[in-house]
Design a protein around this ligand. Structure first.
Ligand code: ZN
Ligand code: FE
Length: 240
């Protein structure tokens, strides 16, 4: 099974290192900064085969070129954003799959935050990397997409099996929790998750991964009745 290591970069971004068993191929998801990733790889004598980008924003791609140059890694990212992703070798679209060692990685197109944003789904391991589309207890801002697109993208992720673990692009969980608590103050599942979040953050630990079942029970953006309801929530959050 593929192992996932969380590497914090920049202010509150997470990059994720994927390692196949028995020193097989490796990949880094969304290297927003090269330095902390190089430190980790070199300290543990790990090579880097692939760089995977969920979308074109600088805080997710700024490490691309330095890491490609140093390790000779191949860069894969959304086909619809290839012109905006530094150093990209190959674009990926809905339904595309590729193998990382024995692990099959499938592409979900999830536009809304950006026009071409994608998620990486490791179905056999029950893992999804959601970039800035789905956050724990939140979702990305609508920079390039419509509420309809984002609502559909979030529902696509929510349709994965409940035990799927979500690894997203930022540690925004605590601020997001405040908004969810404002909208649904009486949700016991949310209250439990907030206790867990507070404990994790008090000891400096990430609040991720979190499973889809938990998110569906706590994240107000996944509870939106339709795209209008989603648009209303997103507007409220933008000025919260
Ligand atoms: Zn972004
Ligand atoms: Fe971001």
């Amino acid at each position: 099974m593929t192992t996932v290591t969380i590497i914090p970069v920049l202010q509150d971004n997470y990059s994720y290192l994927l390692e196949s068993p028995n020193h097989g191929p490796t990949a880094i998801i969304d290297p927003g900064q090269a330095g902390p990733i190089e430190l980790f790889l070199d300290k543990h004598k790990i090579k880097l085969d692939f760089i995977l980008n969920t979308h074109h924003h600088g805080d997710h791609v700024s490490g691309n070129e330095a890491l490609k140059k140093k390790y000779g890694a191949t860069i894969l990212g959304p086909e619809k954003e290839t012109s905006r992703i530094p150093g990209i070798d190959k674009g990926l679209k809905e339904g595309d799959t590729f193998m990382l060692g024995e692990e099959k990685i499938e592409i979900l197109e999830t536009p809304g935050h950006t026009s071409g944003a994608i998620c990486f789904h490791l179905k056999n391991s029950g893992i999804v990397f959601t970039g800035d589309t789905l956050f724990s207890l939140g979702c990305g801002r609508l920079f390039e997409g419509t509420p309809e697109q984002m609502h559909k993208s979030l529902q696509k992720i929510a349709a994965l099996s409940d035990h799927t673990l979500i690894y997203c692009g930022h540690e925004y969980t605590k601020a997001n929790a405040n908004f969810c608590a404002h909208i649904t103050p009486d949700n016991p599942a949310l209250q439990n998750r907030i206790l867990e979040i507070n404990t994790l953050r008090a000891s400096g630990k990430p609040t991720l991964p979190v499973d889809i079942g938990t998110e569906k029970a706590t994240n107000v953006f996944l509870m939106a009745k339709d795209s209008n309801d989603f648009a209303r929530l997103r507007r409220l959050k933008d000025s919260f």
